[in-house]
Design a protein. Structure first.
Length: 362
């Protein structure tokens, strides 16, 4: 069976060379005589996999030695609670509410302690983003939490956005993780669910500045304690071993075949430009959700003239091998997620289909 163009927002498409290597090694990894699916996380083989995964990630992002890399579970949604549980203390959590996921993060934080929005784009339907340096933070802000890319609304910060107020910058980078270089020295915590750009569902990566671990209070449940997880090298319990293995292969692919995040970013810019040009040149047939300067390179969100046409567009797309073009159920419309592993050929196929559909229905 031929592979389709999978525009899902996550779990999302993975690089074909990675899938081919997984297939080749599925029954027996290296000289272990067993699959990674069966392998003890305490074995020498898996220890080497985890070590390479962290090494490749540190090399790709330039992560300083003063930051810990944790392989966790529970997705970004669990991080919404772990961040305030570990780092809030007696301070205030300052949140930029840029879309649906930032709103959820704030909601979870409020269950833990005092947290409040310092900017909320709700009135403008989450079409733009604030200048972080101009935000008015509480005097006792413990951290500033930002969602770097909103998967549902399709708005994204530039990679070099500046933190505000001198407080630790906490970033949910789930849907643009590893899509571009980042100034990691500015980050207190960068966390990401891996199922969009980096691995199968089940793995969450958290990169935490070591000094912030000193804030972790005593008495947290073991699985929710950053310090305990760091002290145990993410092996306090059985980690998502197979997802870590695939993550290792993806980071290796990014380094060896893509030649790093600068090249990956250039590819992603070209792919996004092809779709946004199609939208802008459609004379209003397609209407992008985000304001142009805040458009996401990962999640291209748009509407058609009517909901009926949107249903037809999605159905015809599926008939032509382009799946998961339906927008999130909370906002409707259409969405094409074009993460790292979506090749240019898939984006070109979608662009050609969009142009043809507009000619036939405009």
């Amino acid at each position: 069976m031929e592979r389709v163009w999978n525009f899902s927002a996550g779990p999302a498409t993975l690089p074909v060379p990675v899938l081919e290597q997984v297939k080749e090694e599925l029954l027996a990894y290296g000289d272990s005589g067993m699959s990674v699916l069966e392998m003890s996380h305490r074995s020498k083989w898996f220890a080497a996999i985890a070590e390479e995964a962290e090494y490749e990630l540190r090399a790709l992002l330039g992560i300083p030695e003063s930051s810990k890399v944790l392989f966790l579970q529970g997705g970004a949604s669990l991080q919404f609670a772990m961040i305030p549980m570990n780092l809030l203390g007696d301070g205030v959590g300052a949140y930029v509410v840029s879309g649906s996921w930032a709103k959820k993060a704030l909601g979870e934080a409020r269950k833990i302690g005092h947290s409040e929005p310092v900017w909320d784009g709700k009135d403008a339907e989450y079409r733009s983003l604030p200048e972080l340096g101009s935000l008015d933070l509480p005097a006792d802000a413990a951290y500033l939490h930002v969602t770097s890319n909103e998967t549902i609304q399709g708005v994204e910060y530039p990679p070099d956005f500046e933190p505000a107020g001198g407080v630790p910058l906490i970033v949910d980078g789930s849907s643009n993780f590893l899509s571009r270089p980042l100034p990691m020295e500015r980050y207190g915590v960068l966390y990401a669910g891996a199922q969009k750009n980096a691995a199968p569902a089940g793995l969450t990566i958290a990169i935490i500045r070591e000094d912030l671990l000193e804030r972790v209070p005593e008495g947290l449940p073991a699985m929710l304690d950053y310090r305990l997880q760091a002290e145990n090298g993410s092996m306090y319990n059985t980690p998502p071993a197979f997802a870590i293995y695939v993550f290792m292969l993806v980071t290796r692919w990014l380094r060896e075949e893509v030649r790093g995040l600068d090249h990956m970013h250039a590819r992603n810019l070209d792919k996004a430009a092809a779709l946004y040009s199609c939208i802008d040149e459609s004379e209003g047939f397609y209407r992008g959700h985000a304001e142009p300067e805040f458009r996401s390179d990962m999640n291209v969100t748009f509407r058609l003239p009517t909901e009926e046409l949107e249903k037809t567009f999605i159905a015809e797309g599926a008939d032509n091998g382009m799946l998961e073009l339906k927008g999130h159920r909370s906002v409707g419309g259409c969405r094409a997620s074009i993460y790292n592993a979506m090749p240019s050929e898939g984006v070109e196929a979608l662009r050609d289909f969009m142009e043809d559909f507009a000619r036939r229905n405009g």
